[in-house]
Design a binder for this molecule. Structure first.
Ligand SMILES: O[C@H]1[C@H](O)[C@@H](O)[C@H](O)[C@@H](O)[C@H]1O
Length: 639
């Protein structure tokens, strides 16, 4: 089944042809004196290039032609597709703010709150798996149309819900849309992008996820002031981007690679010309077609997943793809994001409303650093970006753990042990300091504070209807304000909160540019065409499954291991992730999708890729529609 593409040979003759052709083109253009100018490689604002060596020359030429010839249509296509990412971020992010209002209005128990959050993620895990089949049969475009249609229906059901069952149905519907969108959009963008922009354009999808999370936090903040029905707006607003995407996709084309696979060759050529502008599409068309024909010849029968598992390069790609998605979630991103409000409360922000707005700052930081990822991905490559990101993530988690450890070690003692006979008899009275009191889900810490110390503190049972107040005593609503007491349900007042805050900032700065987007980006490119939708379905399914596992277990893990234990655990997961990525992730930057399979041909998990290979990495030179590949060595031969 091995597919060795003959068009990848970069020999001297083709190089000479290239130089000849380019010399001619350049002279014809009259603007770019690439060959004549011997020194100082650069392209000035008029597009005039000069170069010191052939290597510089090639790079300058490549840059110039790429800038000239990437049609705006590809960007429009990427942005409309990435609305799927926006909905992903919005729908997973908005629910926390909506729940604050819903639990009061509909009197939701903790179980129902949990159900409303996790049902979406669980439905997404299942529909991502089903999305593989749908993608293969109906194509990427139909799947994106379907996802945006489902999102719209989900939004309408949610915003008009009259009871909790309707809410649950709405959240399940949204989850179905999420799963399909999350696995289809990166594949669609990757298949439509030119190789030199693919990383950047696919990463825009994750940028939109984080933008969706940020906008959701702003909407949560704004509508939290509405006492009645604010949640309807929060949940219903997602209909707008969903409809926009649906309308846009009525006019956007199917992926050319899928069309060729289905034998719709004329249509595929039309789409290729549309997305490649005035470039010659013959070589790209031929190479996709050749690779499909070779695959068809070599492929055994049976279901795609079976063929992936029995064909080593595809199996290795699947392990890498699923591993990346698993480690992304095991690094605790969603716990950190969710927990950020509490982390901020530890640092002295007591007001719930301010904490909601500060959570928006966290989401914005995640967005901002994902933007850095979009900028870096084609500059440093996927492998280095992911490795740097995960090691920084692991160290930041360590810092968070140390902050929590110091807070726990200096946890303020319980000084008041009420002996009022009307006090409920609970386990809370047995806790001697804030830490065990706060970790016990049925208790919270009630205290007063002056500038230097916490005093008059007690451990009290939580109000079963709302964790925002105690069931009894000074921190139950009626007396709290008068007494100047504070209620800490899931944090302890501490002077080490700055370490935790620093850990949070570092965490986002390291996670967001690499571990946030790269698992999605890499998955969109590592599978051969016949395995692409199934591979992405599996890896997206792994992402959603670990997402729900990590968020559902966090409170239990924290209860058994304490907060610092939980963060030490995530930090070691991230370290394991680093070793996995170091050993297994090849560099895919700059390669055409049809070439990437060969990176997984090596027997070892470390699939050829990486550092030593990078020196020899094939370079693409796109000259008026033809791809020429040359190594640096070849380039100097020619000179
Ligand atoms: O790549 C995304 C992104 O990093 C989000 O911030 C996170 O919430 C998602 O779970 C993840 O898949």
């Amino acid at each position: 089944m091995s597919r060795k593409s003959s068009d990848n040979d970069y020999n001297l003759r083709s190089m000479n042809n290239l130089m000849g052709e380019r010399r001619k083109k350049v002279n014809d253009d009259g603007e770019r004196s690439l060959i004549k100018a011997p020194s100082n490689a650069s392209i000035n604002s008029q597009g005039t290039a000069t170069a010191t060596s052939t290597g510089d020359l090639e790079r300058a030429a490549r840059k110039q032609f790429q800038q000239d010839e990437t049609p705006a249509f590809v960007y429009i296509l990427a942005v409309f597709s990435a609305l799927g990412g926006f909905l992903f971020g919005y729908d997973t992010g908005v629910v926390s703010g909506a729940l604050l209002l819903l639990k009061r209005e509909m009197n939701l128990s903790a179980l129902w709150q949990e159900l409303l959050v996790s049902s979406t993620v669980a439905a997404a895990a299942l529909s991502a798996l089903a999305g593989g089949f749908l993608n293969g049969v109906f194509g990427r475009r139909v799947c994106i149309l379907l996802a945006s249609f489902i999102f719209s229906i989900g939004g309408i059901v949610l915003s008009s819900a009259t009871n909790k069952v309707a809410l649950l149905i709405g959240r399940l519907i949204v989850g179905l849309g999420l799963g399909i969108a999350s696995m289809t959009v990166p594949v669609y963008i990757a298949e439509a992008s030119p190789p030199h922009l693919r990383g950047q354009l696919v990463t825009i999808n994750t940028l939109f996820i984080t933008a969706g999370q940020f906008i959701a936090s702003l909407i949560d903040g704004a509508f939290s002031y509405l006492t009645q029905g604010g949640w309807r707006y929060m949940l219903g607003l997602s209909v707008m981007p969903a409809l926009l995407q649906f309308l846009g996709f009525l006019f956007l084309p199917e992926s050319p690679r899928w069309l060729i696979q289905k034998g719709l060759t004329q249509k595929a050529r039309r789409v290729l010309s549309q997305i490649r502008g005035n470039q010659n599409i013959d070589e790209e068309y031929d190479s996709i077609k050749n690779s499909i024909e070779e695959e068809e010849k070599d492929c055994g029968g049976g279901p795609v997943i079976w063929r992936i598992l029995t064909y080593p390069p595809a199996r290795r790609a699947l392990i890498v793809g699923c591993g990346l998605q698993m480690f992304q979630q095991l690094s605790g991103i969603n716990t950190v994001m969710y927990y950020s409000a509490t982390i901020l409360q530890m640092s002295g922000v007591r007001d719930d409303k301010i904490a909601i707005w500060l959570a928006a700052v966290t989401a914005f930081t995640n967005f901002l650093f994902t933007l850095l990822g979009v900028w870096l991905v084609e500059r440093v490559g996927r492998r280095r970006l992911t490795l740097g990101s995960i090691i920084g993530t692991s160290l930041s988690l360590l810092l968070l753990a140390i902050g929590f450890l110091l807070s726990a070690q200096h946890s303020p003692p319980v000084t008041l042990h009420p002996n009022d006979p009307s006090a409920p008899n609970t386990s809370c009275t047995s806790h001697l300091s804030c830490e065990p009191c706060m970790l016990d889900p049925s208790c919270g810490f009630c205290y007063r504070e002056n500038s230097t110390a916490v005093f008059a503190s007690s451990c009290e049972p939580v109000n079963p209807a709302s964790t925002e107040k105690a069931a009894w005593g000074r921190c139950s609503n009626s007396t709290q304000a008068k007494d100047q007491t504070f209620w800490a349900y899931n944090f302890c007042p501490t002077s080490y909160s700055w370490i935790v805050l620093l850990g949070l900032v570092f965490y986002l700065a390291f996670f967001a540019p690499g571990m946030g987007p790269m698992p999605w980006t890499v998955n969109s490119e590592i599978y051969p065409l016949w395995a692409r939708s199934t591979g992405n379905a599996c890896s997206a399914g792994v992402n959603w499954t670990f997402n729900v596992l990590v968020s559902l277990t966090f409170l239990h893990v924290a209860q058994y291991l304490t907060y610092y234990g939980a963060f030490f655990l995530y930090s070691s997961f991230a370290l394991l992730g680093f070793l996995f990525i170091y050993g297994c992730l090849p560099e895919t930057k700059g390669r055409r999708l049809e070439e990437i399979e060969s990176l997984f041909e090596s027997r070892l998990c470390s699939c050829g890729a990486s550092d030593s290979d990078e020196g020899r990495q094939v370079e693409y030179i796109r000259v008026k529609g033809s791809n020429y590949h040359l190594s640096d060595n070849d380039a100097s031969d020619v000179e």
